[in-house]
Design a protein around this ligand. Structure first.
Ligand code: AMP
Length: 576
């Protein structure tokens, strides 16, 4: 069983496919959506969700909210997070642990795997941080899914006609993004995405609170918080009613507060705020190169799209009726659940690949796999690395393009190979750049360039890097886990052996040319024979250790060799 999880900035939810239907799981209070808030009490006590949020009024410095903003970013600037002494990953893990607990309680069984959604604009480190958070919570992430893709799934857009394009307008509590997706044969690709990580319904709460507080004197922090809560409540009600009366009894200890706010007033207040989202939308449309008429659907997700003014503005902007058939705050979790159901086989099969199913790389020295694009990278993507020559005067380098999770090239699949001509250079001096590029259609193009000649070889790999049979992917991943220990030992051995092959002749030269002092000689000779014997035995860690010992034993002699070489060079120069 695989869970579908929406790990949101303000709210989170978890679901599972049950008897062929995706459902979201409710907690003990019957709620399917839980606030992404965590309270850290004394003695390691942790509370998540509504309970945590309720404590904000009395214990604000211990309630972490909106932690998603800090996931995978270097510099964290959140006083509460610092005060509780937790990393964003640890806080997210606490939220995920609570979702896992709710699911296990509802399903009465242990669950270990999940599909987790992230914004389309999340980079590798933000995605990796999300995965690590799940691991901390005891969940293996079988797929990271883009939120707009999840929303499109919830709306059933994967069943649309061939090659359809949709815009997903996602306005939540703290973030906004607009993504343009293209669906082809059941495969979604993100064509463009644009957003603002500091724009959401929270801003409207602030605006309403300011409106309410106008003309009132200084208030305590607690009372300000109370006004903010009333503001949010007013906002929600104004999505249904034309006006609302905010009442706060004895707000300053003696008198009571009462003020009417109308939907019209709210519309005026939020006009500028809504137009910011439309500017982002315009940028995403420009990036995608599409016109409004190219879009087959516009879907709204995120709680703030319940606001009538937002709906009208978006419909006007795209010149289209907007699709609001799903609960806007449940669509992403539902889509994640559908994807989880497909992956676990609990729902009818559809292909949904906007990520690389397996790692892609090339073979390097010693028959090792060198990964350029890791498994589960969102496509389109691009990555490159510099390689060098293994032998003096080597005139060409063979690039073997590999796919798979194993450490040794021979255990992975070869997708293709080609040669790059290189200028003659001493061993280790040539520089050949290899770049992998996967376009939105999943086609892999490999570019190789000897920096000395600047000449490019570009090869399109015919074997699909993305469309791999699910069973084959599963088998490959399964084997990489099964043989993880052996594979790692072989990689360590190969790397150590390459080092030894380089070191042994060099040490011999040092010994012969008299750079070694007598007291060092015995130690070096012991180290040399240790390297040779461990190499013959094939023991990876022992060889690695022996190579290190030899390296250290010859350090002083090697330094003398370098010193001598420099002196000679200097002398030569003086003579000239
Ligand atoms: P999300 O991050 O998608 O869960 O969205 C949460 C945001 O939606 C919060 O700012 C809520 O105040 C807002 N929201 C929820 N329901 C409504 C509603 N009926 N009208 C306006 N805003 C709402």
């Amino acid at each position: 069983m695989i869970l579908g999880i929406d790990l949101g900035t303000t709210h989170s939810a978890v679901g599972v496919v049950d008897s062929g239907f995706p459902i979201l799981l409710a907690d003990e209070e019957g709620k399917r959506i839980i606030p992404s808030a965590v309270w850290y009490g004394d003695g390691g006590v942790v509370e998540v969700g509504r309970k945590a949020l309720r404590r904000r009024e009395t214990d604000p410095m211990r309630v972490v909210t909106s932690v998603k903003r800090w996931m995978g970013v270097g510099r964290i600037d959140d006083p509460v997070l610092n005060a509780v002494g937790k990393t964003p990953e640890e806080v997210s893990a606490d939220i995920l642990r609570e979702l896992k607990r709710i699911a296990e309680w509802r399903l009465e069984t242990e669950v270990k795997q999940a599909v987790v959604t992230v914004p389309a604009y999340f980079n590798d480190s933000q995605r990796a941080a999300t995965k690590r958070a799940a691991e901390l919570a005891g969940l293996e992430v079988v797929r990271i899914l883009n939120e707009p893709t999840a929303a499109a799934l919830a709306y059933g857009l994967d069943k649309m006609k061939e090659r359809s394009r949709v815009a997903v307008y996602d306005l939540g509590g703290g973030t906004f993004d607009l993504s343009i997706l293209e669906m082809q044969e059941g495969v979604f690709q993100v064509l463009a995405t644009h957003g603002d990580t500091r724009l959401g319904g929270d801003d409207v709460d602030q605006m309403i609170a300011c409106f309410l507080l106008e003309g009132l004197g200084e208030l305590s922090a607690e009372m300000q918080m109370r006004f903010l809560e009333e503001a949010e409540k007013a906002k929600r009600l104004l999505s249904e009613e034309e006006s609302y009366i905010v009442r706060i009894p004895f707000y300053d200890g003696s008198s009571s507060f009462e003020k009417t706010i109308t939907r019209n007033e709210l519309n005026v207040m939020t006009r500028e705020w809504i137009s910011k989202t439309l500017k982002c939308s315009q940028q995403a449309m420009l990036d995608s190169g599409l016109r409004n008429t190219d879009l087959d659907a516009v879907v709204l997700v995120g709680g703030s799209t319940r606001m009538p003014a937002v709906r009208t503005a978006v419909a006007e902007f795209f010149e289209k009726n907007v699709d609001v058939t799903q609960h806007p705050d449940e669509a992403i979790a539902l889509g994640a659940t559908i994807q989880a159901g497909v992956l676990s086989g609990a729902m009818s099969k559809m292909v949904l690949l906007d990520v690389t199913p397996l790692s892609l790389g090339i073979e390097t020295f010693g028959g090792l796999m060198n990964v350029l694009i890791p498994r589960n990278t969102t496509i389109p993507c691009k990555a490159g690395e510099m390689f060098t020559n293994a032998a003096d005067g080597q005139r060409k380098m063979r690039v073997r393009v590999l796919q798979g999770e194993r450490e040794m090239a021979r255990d992975n699949w070869e997708l293709g190979n080609f040669d790059v001509e290189m200028e003659s250079a001493p061993k280790g001096q040539a520089r050949v750049g290899v770049q992998f590029k996967i376009d939105a259609d999943g086609i892999l193009e490999v570019l190789a360039r000897d920096t000395a000649t600047g000449k490019d070889v570009v090869v399109k790999i015919e074997n699909s890097a993305v469309n791999v049979d699910d069973a084959a992917v599963e088998e490959m991943v399964g084997k990489s886990v099964e043989f993880a220990f052996e594979d790692m030992a072989e990689r360590i051995f190969t790397e150590a052996k390459m080092k030894a092959d380089e070191l042994l002749p060099a040490v011999e030269m040092i010994l012969e040319q008299g750079f070694v002092e007598d007291i060092e000689r015995a130690e070096i000779e012991v180290a040399v024979s240790k390297v040779k014997s461990t190499m013959a035995m094939g023991n990876a860690n022992a060889l690695k250790a022996a190579v290190k010992t030899l390296d250290e034993a010859t350090e002083a002699a090697a330094a003398r060799l370098v010193e001598r070489a420099m002196e000679e060079a200097l002398e030569r120069e003086m003579r000239i």
